[in-house]
Design a protein around this ligand. Sequence first.
Ligand SMILES: Nc1ccn([C@@H]2O[C@H](COP(=O)(O)OP(=O)(O)OC[C@H](O)CO)[C@@H](O)[C@H]2O)c(=O)n1
Length: 327
Amino acid sequence: MVDARPQQPLFAFGVIADIQYADIDDGYNFQRTNRRYYRSSIELLRNALDSWSKAAVRPGFILQLGDLIDGHNKLLAASDRAVDAVLKELCSVDAHHVWGNHEFYNFSRDWLLRSKLNSTPQGSQKEVGSNVYAYHFSPYPGFTFIVLDAYDVALLGREESSPGYREALTLLRRFNKNDNLNCPPGVGLLQRFVMFNGGFSKKQLSWLDSVLTSTDERHEKVTIACHLPVHPNSTDPLCLLWNFDEVLAVIRSHSSVVCFMAGHDHDGGYYFDEDTGIHHVTFEGVIETPPDSNAFAIVSVYEDRMELKGSGRVADRVFFFPQSCRS
Ligand SMILES: Nc1ccn([C@@H]2O[C@H](COP(=O)(O)OP(=O)(O)OC[C@H](O)CO)[C@@H](O)[C@H]2O)c(=O)n1
């Protein structure tokens, strides 16, 4: 049978998550269940860049889903060296950087805002507020991508004396009574209330709502990139965004959203929300990928779907757009 689907994509983009590079020997995650390949993670980034450069339709940009370098660098006073090494590799591509917990282990929010890890396009600098790292861009007519700040309400990256820190601490302590706030409280979804996670402020949610109102009106297709996953069926609950329910309510109310891409849970995950047609993808982390494997993807975008071609631990998937989004 002849495949009637159009074969030439409108455009393509690359995706990679949780590289967590550090020039140190292999180690383990906190639970000691998964090996972490700190030094070879940069080799896996090179594999991704090599593959993207040879693709039939080269990615127009890359979504880097956060945790570019590991927190160990901070302890070794090697943060600047490590981030420079990884950014040097990425200099040949147009990378959109998402911020994760390891960005804040290494750098202050002020430093990040002034750094090359701030990929906000010219002109949209202060849309949400000067201290929130969220923006949108349109790489092709009819398609919008939104980068969200999952540590907008968080202890990480906020000065202890700031109202934002106190607000986050009050929220966290309401659910987490442990002395070590990185130790998860209880079971199930409550586990998300740990210090290495965060959430969205009302201001960011309302900004997201207004951007999505515009994209709905224009019948666009929207992909959201964020370090923390927001659908409980797409991740281990330990890695879920604190106020995932509030962001789900917002994105569910907008027909233009087609895909939510996240990192943080290095085992990856996927859930198709049938009620809304939104695909929730959590990408496998490079840091827990053996040197003889890979963890990256190229996504080819068509009028009616996105085709994700994964490498190594990342599975191939097809994300059909909901009927309401089709032009
Ligand atoms: N039960 C735990 C778990 C972790 N910690 C400490 O919390 C910090 C963050 O953990 P880490 O594994 O470094 O975070 P990643 O972003 O690399 O990975 C997220 C995982 O996918 C979640 O499983 C760190 O300082 C740990 O030592 C803790 O104290 N108690």
